[in-house]
Design a protein around this ligand. Structure first.
Ligand SMILES: Cc1cc2nc3c(=O)[nH]c(=O)nc-3n(C[C@H](O)[C@H](O)[C@H](O)COP(=O)(O)O)c2cc1C
Length: 350
């Protein structure tokens, strides 16, 4: 695959980490980038000014030490507020602004944001245009992430894609589900292929990409310029180098050494505590630990044990001890640990 450009930024490769609120914070994005992701979009930042000084938003806007380009996703319902949010984030280091029209979480949709905007085409286009105009003086490109449509009978991604391109959106990501589907059923790729045919800007295919083969097949089927991986990267950030290796050589990489996963997870925890502080960090790290170990021997016992620990040092040591034991049992991880758990999207996004 040839490297993609968004405005003046050349991306390292065409394998992207999906924005996931409550998951793709700066430590996780950095880890994915170090393990082969060419690009990562931050968790969404609200366009509500009254929340900009909250701890949550300031953590989400923390990009310290992250390799560029820094891409910040904004969410909201009002064009002037979204324009202001774009400028606010650009002034704090955003080099690319991404507009969220893909999130189905109730909290977002009740306020007519996220994928709910796809039901109101004039407002969706007005928002895109306002953000592009606000970012233009800073030479900051604007991208947009959406779904295939509101519901099965109303798949308007192609119609909207053309209008977004006309107002200056420079890259479009399409998650192959409707808003109505939430995360149920399967992603479909025909609409993504149709969007790719309809516009000239790069198109990114997203949804249910869980393996190197699936990445290859979705790229070939849709003609998309890149693939974006979300849930399959949870607890498995090395999926990007596995996909990259497979696309380049047609062969699978060996699964990671248990000793490497031990080091990656312990470093991840260290960065995580650093961003969130000990009190919050010990709790928000639990889900990451559970994802890393979910298909490993003794993983469920570790998860249960971790949920009883309220101290970072104790948590870190429990993970270290678990992996020390695992190193004695196996040299490498099993070939794949698939993602099948229903995600607590709204809880995490809240
Ligand atoms: C926990 C969670 C949080 C998410 N938060 C966001 C978000 O903030 N912005 C967004 O555009 N999409 C969000 N998404 C959707 C993902 O970016 C992606 O489109 C979706 O998970 C489908 O890709 P996947 O099948 O590879 O997971 C979220 C998904 C999950 C699972």
């Amino acid at each position: 695959m040839t490297a993609l450009r968004i405005g003046q930024h050349t991306l390292a490769n065409n394998l992207f980490v999906a924005p996931m609120a409550g998951v793709t914070d700066r430590p996780f994005r950095q880890l994915c980038k170090a393990l082969g992701a060419g690009y990562a979009v931050s968790e969404m930042v609200t366009s509500r000014k009254d929340l900009w000084n909250s701890l949550k938003t300031s953590r989400r806007a923390n990009h310290a030490g992250e390799p560029g380009p820094i891409s910040v996703q904004i969410a909201g319902t009002d064009a002037p507020m979204m324009a202001e949010a774009a400028i606010y984030n650009i002034e704090r280091g955003a080099q690319i602004i991404d507009i969220n029209m893909g999130c189905p979480a109730k909290k977002v949709c009740n306020k007519w944001a996220g994928s709910a905007l796809m039901q109101n085409e004039p407002l969706a286009v007005e928002i895109a245009q306002a953000v592009v105009q606000a970012a233009r003086p800073f030479n900051v490109p604007v991208t947009l992430k959406m779904r295939t449509g509101w519901c099965d009978a109303q798949k308007n991604a192609v119609l909207l894609a053309r209008q977004f391109e006309d107002v200056g959106i420079q890259m479009l990501t399409v998650h192959g589900r409707t808003r109505e589907q939430g995360y149920k059923g399967f992603a479909e790729y025909d609409t993504i292929a149709a969007v790719k045919q309809a516009v000239h800007v790069p198109v990114v295919a997203n949804g249910d990409i869980t393996s190197p083969e699936k990445a290859r097949d979705v790229l070939a089927y849709t003609g998309a310029d890149a693939v974006m991986v979300g849930r399959a990267a949870q607890g498995r950030p090395w999926i990007f180098r596995e996909i990259g290796h497979f696309l380049a050589t047609g062969a699978h990489m060996a699964p990671p050494l248990v000793a490497e996963v031990r080091r990656l997870l312990l470093d991840h925890l260290h960065d995580h505590y650093g961003l969130y502080g000990e009190l919050t960090g010990v709790r928000s790290a639990r889900k990451h630990i559970a994802w890393y170990v979910r298909a490993l021997p003794g993983g469920e016992e570790l998860r249960q044990h971790i949920n009883t620990i309220d101290d970072c040092l104790v948590q870190w040591q429990a993970v270290a001890d678990y992996f020390d034991q695992l190193c004695l049992q196996m040299e490498r991880l099993p070939q794949i640990h698939a993602v099948d758990a229903e995600q607590e999207i709204e809880e995490l996004a809240a």
